[in-house]
Design a protein around this ligand. Structure first.
Ligand SMILES: *Cc1c(COP(=O)(O)O)cnc(C)c1O
Length: 387
């Protein structure tokens, strides 16, 4: 079955009973009534398969989990109340005191903070490895390494990591590999097919795609997800059924949106390359991008994110930001409206010049998340804002 067919069909007919509706029901209930003690006994005997209490499982949520598993080519998927919640549940269920998690030095800020602020209190160690060293086993794997966490493309420079190489070195060492696939989604980059153990995504971004649901997902094998599912019952970061319904609806158009956003981003990046007011256009689909070869080997499309480094630095970036008329000034990404953010005042706020240089971030950078508007309209807005 094709990806568009699966995005529309899979998970649509999960119900607690019989229903003739075309679209899934929203089971906005906290609990499920049991006909008898024998039924309750049978539920417990089946190792809690079926519906009992919504913090454990809810049919509306399960339907969308099936859709995500189908998209990712996974045995199963789990939904959470946010991407951060998905990350937290994954780290806490698979790591214990004394373990080390190795993480890409360039990583989502929230992930960075979980590793540095929360895990040390539980005796879980972390080590950051530069992006260029992530494919070198001798630099990545240590005696206590239990997990490697990385993402590709990485905000805001859109550096790409060879997903197959990281997955292979982890597998050889018996270490769990987790890829945060938020920026690409499986439409552009099927990370599980490349051998990583788990795919984490902020469903807040491309999966939902309409900037109106906060959610997170983890997909992989049933065995790898079992302790994470158990942890979700303990910590309780579940997704509400109404949010799950909206996410499932948003996902039906994921592949069309992403294909259009890929095309628009490539057109915008190509049109702006060489403009004297821009020092560099960062887009993995451009031959000038340092990781273009890696991106070509593992991405079907190069995504909807483009970063511009303006020639006149911070003042030019602020002026550009203030002048935008069509593109909205907002953080986040992956929605139908084009957005612009300033990395030094959002994801990389408060960093010293030295730390910024290490992350490859400059004060003249503006990050664009391209939506579904026509490329011509987006380019006209960018050109007028460049002045
Ligand atoms: C947004 C984001 C997250 C966190 O997701 P939330 O839904 O905001 O909690 C994690 N990783 C990446 C790459 C993100 O962009």
């Amino acid at each position: 079955m094709g990806i568009r067919t699966r995005l529309v069909q899979v998970g649509e007919h999960v119900t607690a009973g019989d229903t003739p509706a075309l679209t899934p029901a929203i089971y906005e209930t906290t609990t499920f009534s049991m006909p008898s003690a024998a039924a309750l006994q049978a539920y417990q005997a089946r190792e809690r398969e079926g519906y009992f209490y919504t913090r454990y499982d809810n049919p509306t949520v399960v339907g969308v989990e099936q859709k995500i598993a189908s998209l990712d080519g996974a045995e199963a998927a789990l939904l959470f109340s946010s991407g951060q919640s998905a990350t937290t549940h994954t780290l806490l269920s698979l790591l214990k005191a004394g373990d080390e998690v190795v993480c890409s030095a360039a990583i989502y800020g929230g992930t960075h903070h979980l590793l540095t602020d929360l895990l040390p209190r539980l005796g879980i160690e972390h080590r950051f490895v530069p992006v260029d060293d992530l494919t070198r086993a001798d630099r990545v794997i240590g005696p206590r390494t239990r997990m490697v966490w990385f993402e590709s493309p990485i905000n805001p420079t859109l550096r790409c990591v060879d997903v197959r190489a990281v997955a292979a070195l982890c597998r050889a060492a018996g270490v769990i590999s987790v890829a945060d696939n938020t920026f690409a989604s499986a439409i552009n980059q099927p990370v599980l097919a490349y051998g990583v153990d788990l795919c984490m995504q902020s469903a807040t971004k491309y999966l939902n795609g309409h900037s109106d649901v906060t959610a997170g997902a983890v997909s992989g094998s049933t065995a790898m997800l079992a302790p994470i599912s158990h942890m979700r019952r303990l910590i309780g970061g579940v997704l509400d059924p109404i949010a799950a319904y909206n996410l499932g609806r948003g996902m039906k158009s994921l592949s069309l949106r992403v294909m259009q956003q890929n095309a628009t981003a490539l057109e915008v990046a190509r049109a702006l390359e060489g403009d004297p007011r821009i020092r560099q256009v960062y887009y993995p689909g451009l031959e000038s991008h340092p990781d273009h070869a890696v991106a070509r080997a593992q991405m079907c499309g190069f995504g909807g994110m483009v970063t511009l480094d303006l020639a006149d630095g911070e003042a030019a970036a602020f002026r550009f930001f203030d002048q935008l008329m069509l593109i909205q000034r907002a953080v986040s990404l992956g929605g139908v409206e084009s957005l612009c953010s300033l990395p030094t005042l959002s994801s990389h706020a408060g960093l010293t010049d030295e730390a910024l240089a290490l992350a490859g971030v400059s004060r003249g950078m503006v990050r664009l998340s391209l939506g579904l508007e026509e490329a011509d309209d987006i380019l006209a807005d960018i050109r007028q804002a460049l002045g």
